[in-house]
Design a protein around this ligand. Structure first.
Ligand SMILES: [Zn+2]
Length: 136
């Protein structure tokens, strides 16, 4: 399979992909008001601070919305391609690929867990699958 088209990685978000390459799903946090935000961006929507750090996500979340892509088919992806909007337990959201599930298995609100997918060329990205551990 041809390799995936790589996301743009600039000054504002390259650090996030570096963490993914180290098998970590992280969330940017405002260093001033501590609000979490994703995707990474330079300024806090709330307090306008340009200072930030990040926290590692626990990887648990639930499905807020999803879509299944059939066309157009971009080289490097398998179709149908399930894309979900996930409410992370930490309180922010991430758009991500859903793996290890069939279309009919996907339901709004389902518990999900993160894993780091590794492409054949070594590129890593966080994706989500149905949670395997039952909620305690
Ligand atoms: Zn802030």
């Amino acid at each position: 399979m041809p390799s995936r088209i790589k996301p743009p990685m600039g000054e504002d978000n390259g650090w996030w992909w570096e963490q993914a390459a180290r098998d970590k799903l992280v969330i940017q946090r405002c260093a001033s008001c501590e609000v979490l935000r994703h995707p990474p961006r330079p300024m806090c929507d709330g307090c306008r601070s340009l200072e930030w750090d990040f926290v590692e996500a626990c990887g648990r979340g639930s499905l807020a919305s999803f879509t299944v892509l059939h066309h157009p088919q971009v080289p490097g992806y398998e179709y149908p391609l399930a894309i979900g909007l996930v409410d992370l337990e930490e309180g922010t959201r991430i758009v991500t690929q859903l793996v290890d599930c069939e279309r009919d298995d996907i339901t709004i609100g389902m518990p999900l867990e993160a894993l780091i997918h590794r492409d054949d060329d070594g590129f890593k990205l966080p994706v989500f699958r149905p949670a395997r551990e039952s909620e305690a």
